[in-house]
Design a protein around this ligand. Structure first.
Ligand code: AMP
Length: 680
């Protein structure tokens, strides 16, 4: 029982985590919840109203008289104090925490502002000459609470995507017991080896292998693949994906922590928490702004006193400066963009493991692709067929039929190609292998042989010139030539090679369109590498590179002053992935155990490399815009708050300062959300 409890901690954690931006590098809201700010805001709003109604200054402005009774003069003081104690408490507590951490920031500024306003007003109410600032204090605190409430709600929404991932997993599964009976069990009670029934339209409860049934499954949420993927016996299914029309019986191979979904969520969380350069910059800017704000406050205070302003005017200006300069939005500018961009990436098959890699991607100048398994499938296929007197498909059908019982890699290539062309293979009789030469068998009454050049030599025959020329061409490209022979006649020549992925050409084109150079890195021969490079339009080729020298090639490019990304399958490419400015692991499928690489391409689609660049550029633009909205506006706002334009009658009340400051936060939050519309 206790075992079952350990199964889905992410889910619980994601649901409990209020705001969670603490993981994204700032923890000023630790322990504060959206509800807390909401409640305090409403209560303080109500408490503020009497403070406004009985405020003599407002009565003068609006020309009304509030009901008079003994003690009415103290109403603003009493309600102002209540707002300060109940609503301001949050900020005072936050400031205490910041000071304990020796990291004075926004909370410190707000606390200082309201404390100054409170102490001064209290002194005035108790007889000190001047003009109390009760209504200013009350509105300031109330607006600050409103700002925090809205802000925390936006953070909550930005982080919602992680929860959306968690929600993909159904709560219960239908477990099959003795044959055909089903029982409904909570997902965290599933164990490896259980057989579960996945009904049409239901979510897949665990990773597993299809035992029977046939359906198509929507895997978009995990792999980003938009087309439903056909599944039948033997295919793997992923927890969190959604079944289509058919029913599937699935043998469970991974539950809870071990599922691909859990792995993805771990990566997303890790990435959101990984300290990035942009975040470090924003934190420094926030600290700098705090110092500037404190300095500006002190200057404002002494400058107005020096020019002979009244103490209440001076204090009001100082409080406004402190409030408006709060680096509030600055704390959000970067984390919000990070939260949204990593989740966006995850939803379209780009798993960001290290933010730094993603940040670098916008400056990429060269992308190096490992050939095998990246631009190619890493499996041999028939890549070209040339025939003499028979149809291409017919030649492949016969050759594959001959190969059916052979274990040779060439046989596998022919069989897979025939299967992919949906050819139905006839039965073979009298199969025999000719070691070192090829195979033979009788198909539909015809005595056929399949083999390489050595077979022709042994049979002492030559291919017709058309086939011989084709074979020579295959050889130049480093591809194996395999012949289909009947008696003394060569019927067809097949080129067998590591097949290029259909997406690779477009992947290279897209990178070229962005002005990025593309290189190929492989241990294969120069001829093979050149042939692939020519086919795909790749600029530079590094052939016959030993695995241990791959990283050195990357360094070579970097020494030329280029920012280089390496795309590889994450196994023997690990050193090169780490050396590159951005390591991109491909071919991982849903096996998220990939440890090297800053970004993992879940779909193994090389075209996704250009989407990383697009995501990087879009999030960088958003961060810059946000830093401006969060901090840049202070260039205008601080002097205005200090009363530089007081001679022209333009002065800001503290509450107006708070509105501007909150507005900047809200703009930053909305602007970050707009990133979701970016085209990847
Ligand atoms: P091996 O030494 O078994 O790799 O075979 C040497 C050569 O014989 C290969 O490069 C092929 O040209 C040919 N060969 C061997 N087995 C087969 C087969 N099953 N199908 C076609 N060609 C074969």
């Amino acid at each position: 029982m206790s075992h079952a409890h350990h199964h889905r901690p992410e889910r619980r954690q994601a649901a409990d985590d209020d705001g969670g931006v603490s993981q994204a590098g700032h923890n000023k809201h630790a322990g504060h919840s959206v509800e807390m700010f909401r409640t305090r805001f409403w209560v303080c709003l109500v408490l503020t109203i009497p403070a406004l109604i009985w405020e003599p200054m407002l009565q003068d402005w609006f020309g009304y008289r509030a009901p008079e009774f003994p003690g009415a003069a103290y109403i603003p003081a009493v309600f102002g104090t209540a707002v300060f104690l109940y609503g301001g408490h949050v900020f005072l507590q936050g400031a205490a925490r910041e000071l304990a951490d020796r990291l004075p920031g926004m909370m410190t500024l707000i606390a200082l502002a309201i404390l100054v306003a409170f102490l001064y007003s209290a002194a005035v109410t108790l007889g000190f000459p001047g003009h109390a600032l009760w209504w200013e204090l009350a509105t300031l605190v109330t607006i600050m609470l409103l700002g925090h409430w809205i802000e925390m709600r936006s953070i909550f929404q930005a982080q919602g995507a992680l929860k959306e991932l968690a929600k993909l997993l159904p709560d219960t599964a239908l477990r099959l017991v003795d044959g055909d009976k089903t029982e409904e069990v909570p997902v965290d009670q599933l164990e490896d080896g259980d057989l579960v029934l996945v009904r049409p339209g239901a979510g897949v409860p665990a990773d597993g292998t299809v035992k029977s049934g046939r359906s198509s499954v929507n895997e978009a949420m995990i792999t980003g693949e938009s087309n439903p993927v056909d599944k039948d016996e033997g295919d793997r299914v992923i927890a969190g994906t959604v079944n289509g029309q058919g029913s599937l019986r699935v043998a469970v191979t991974g539950t809870g922590e071990e599922t691909a979904l859990a792995g993805i969520m771990r990566l997303v969380e890790q990435a959101q928490g990984s300290r990035s350069r942009a975040q470090a910059l924003a934190d420094r800017a926030a600290f700098f702004l705090t110092v500037v704000a404190l300095g500006a406050g002190v200057i404002t205070f002494f400058a107005w006193l020096f020019f002979g302003a009244t103490l209440d005017f001076t204090i009001t200006r100082t409080v406004t400066v402190l409030v408006i300069a709060c680096p509030h939005a600055l704390g959000l500018a970067v984390p919000l963009v990070i939260a949204i961009s990593t989740t966006m990436g995850a939803q379209s098959g780009l798993l960001v493991r290290d933010r730094r890699g993603l940040e670098e991607a916008r400056n990429l100048q060269a992308v190096v692709f490992d050939k095998t398994g990246t631009l190619t499938r890493g499996e041999h296929r028939v890549v070209e067929t040339v025939t003499d007197g028979i149809a291409e498909n017919e030649a492949l059908r016969l050759a594959a039929a001959v190969e059916r019982d052979s274990e040779h890699p060439i046989a596998q290539a022919l069989l897979k190609s025939a299967e992919e062309s949906e050819l139905k293979l006839p039965q073979a009789q009298g199969f025999g292998s000719l070691p070192g030469h090829g195979v033979e068998a009788e198909i539909e009454g015809r005595r056929l042989k399949v083999g390489g050049p050595a077979l022709l030599k042994k049979l002492d025959i030559v291919a017709p010139s058309g086939l011989a020329n084709a074979a020579a061409r295959f050889g130049e490209r480093g591809q194996a030539a395999i012949y289909l022979v009947e008696g003394k006649t060569v019927l067809a020549a097949f080129a067998v090679a590591d097949a290029v992925r259909p997406e690779s050409r477009e992947a290279v084109e897209r990178l070229h369109a962005e002005g990025i150079e593309v290189a190929l890195l492989t241990g294969d021969s120069q001829a093979v590498a050149d042939a692939v490079a020519r086919e795909l339009g790749i600029d530079t080729v590094f052939a016959q590179v030993l695995p241990e020298d791959k990283a050195a090639k990357i360094e070579e490019l970097q020494a030329g002053g280029k920012r280089v990304a390496m795309v590889g399958d994450g196994v023997n490419d690990a050193p090169a992935l780490v050396t590159a400015d951005i390591g991109i692991a491909i071919g991982a499928g849903t096996d998220v155990a990939v440890e090297a690489g800053d970004v993992v391409l879940v779909r193994s689609d090389p075209r996704d490399v250009s989407r990383i660049v697009a995501l990087s550029r879009a999030s960088y633009r958003k961060m810059l815009q946000n830093l401006w909205w969060a901090a840049g506006y202070n260039i205008v706002a601080i002097p205005l708050a200090a009363g530089v334009l007081a001679w022209a009658g333009i002065i800001l009340a503290p509450a107006v300062g708070a509105i501007l400051m909150s507005a900047s936060t809200v703009i930053v939050a909305i602007n970050a959300q707009l990133l979701r519309g970016a085209k990847l």
